[in-house]
Design a protein around this ligand. Structure first.
Ligand code: P1T
Length: 394
């Protein structure tokens, strides 16, 4: 059996990596070099200049491609750099259809950075595939899906929307950051491109920023490799090394993230101070059945609103937790709490944000891998009487 036919956990640990041929080092070395010696112009051992290739990056790309079941993975210096590379394939007049619930930075990139270059984008609710299809125009070149969405955890039907988009020659890209390839494999469902912020679950330890695009399509592979060489959003070798260390435990961490998040969602749903809970694993979630079909677990992200509709009540709670750290980002081993309206999604104009259902009192949890009873006790103390942050252990 070749390593690429192995199961997920084995691929996570081994894919893309060989013991170093010169020393036997089990981990790929951090090739901290910007350039490579040539014996004559153009004669080299496979690498010329580190903006183009680096062996540590090659190992990471081999690993990520195997996890997504892709032929190719192109690693970038951040998730937004990976998104930007996909969007740069568009030309003035082209049109993108994206979800109206998505990472605020993706919205900002599409609207504020690419909009002035003539790229048009529509942000819509993706729950009904007929509604999505109604927005397609002859100029539509890209369908951008995020599922589950950030931060409302809506579930989008990748297979159905890919089928409809591809019938019109529209490229389908799925931001798989929230689900990870352990829980969801968009290429197998018909998507052309899978994008990740590897900063999140793939890295898993809140110590690196990175991104990746995975594809089976050779012309996209060539296009993206040309772009990264020409525009330069490459990850450094140390970052690639840290990401490779992270992916080795992805399957283990995701199991615990899912287990903890499921318990927390159940707890919040039963709590009298909580108004609404968003978690695809809850039977009450409108996308629950689709999530159960499309994913092999429901993930580690939970959002909720208090019964008290005021933003003040939410802000008070956000600064009262002791184990959950108030911070942007997600997907690390530590639990985080976030206020999308003023933090991760502040770049979306308020009227559009509210129309999309992202209200001022929404709270987002990135549930970590700590002992769940400690997380539940933390929520219990803060829901009982939101207080000022004291720090864990005080
Ligand atoms: O931060 P960066 O690695 O550039 O990734 C951007 C990005 C892309 N896609 C999704 C779904 C994301 O959630 C993000 C980044 N998100 C946060 C920082 C956040 O707290 O939601």
């Amino acid at each position: 059996m070749s390593k690429n036919e192995a199961r997920f956990g084995t691929l996570a640990v081994h894919a893309g990596q060989q013991p170093d041929p010169t020393t036997g080092a089990v981990m790929p070395p951090i090739y901290q070099t910007s350039t490579y010696a040539q014996s004559a112009p153009g004669e080299h051992q496979g690498h010329e200049y580190a903006r183009v290739t680096n062996p540590t990056r090659d190992a990471l790309e081999g690993n990520l491609a195997a996890l997504e079941g892709a032929r190719e993975a192109i690693a970038f210096s951040s998730g937004v750099a990976a998104t930007d590379a996909v969007l740069r394939s568009l030309r003035p007049g082209d049109h993108v259809v994206a979800s109206n619930d998505l990472y605020g930075g993706t919205y900002r990139l599409m609207r504020e950075v690419l909009g002035p270059f003539g790229i048009q984008s529509d942000f819509i609710d993706m729950a009904d595939p007929d509604r999505v299809e109604a927005v397609f125009r002859p100029e539509t070149k890209l369908l951008w899906l995020e599922t589950p969405t950030n931060p409302l955890l809506r579930v989008v039907d990748i297979a159905e929307l890919s089928r409809r988009a591809k019938a019109r020659g529209i490229t389908v890209a799925v931001d798989n950051t929230f689900a990870t390839p352990y829980l969801q494999r968009p290429l197998e469902l018909g998507a052309d491109l899978v994008v990740h912020s590897t900063t999140k679950y793939l890295g898993g330890h809140s110590d690196v920023i990175g991104g990746v695009v995975c594809t089976n399509n050779e012309s996209w592979n060539e296009k993206l490799r040309f772009l990264i060489k020409s525009a330069g959003a490459v990850p450094g070798p140390m970052d690639c090394f840290l990401l490779l260390r992270g992916t080795k435990t992805l399957h283990l961490r995701m199991q615990r993230h899912c287990e903890n998040a499921g318990r927390i969602a159940d707890y919040l749903e039963a709590h009298p101070a909580v108004g609404r809970v968003y978690y695809p694993g809850l039977a009450s979630h409108p996308g629950h059945e689709l999530a159960a079909r499309q994913m092999s677990g429901f993930g580690g992200m939970v959002s909720f609103q208090l019964s008290d509709p005021s933003m003040q009540a939410a802000l008070k709670l956000l600064s009262g937790t002791r184990v959950f750290l108030l911070a942007e980002s997600l997907g690390g081993v530590e639990s985080l709490i976030n206020h999308p309206a003023t933090m991760t999604h502040a770049s979306i104009p308020k009227d559009e944000r509210i129309a999309a259902g992202l209200e001022d009192n929404l709270i987002r949890l990135s549930v970590g891998v700590e002992d769940c009873d400690d997380l539940l006790e933390d929520l219990e103390q803060v829901l009982a009487s939101p207080t000022r942050r004291k720090g864990y252990g005080t």
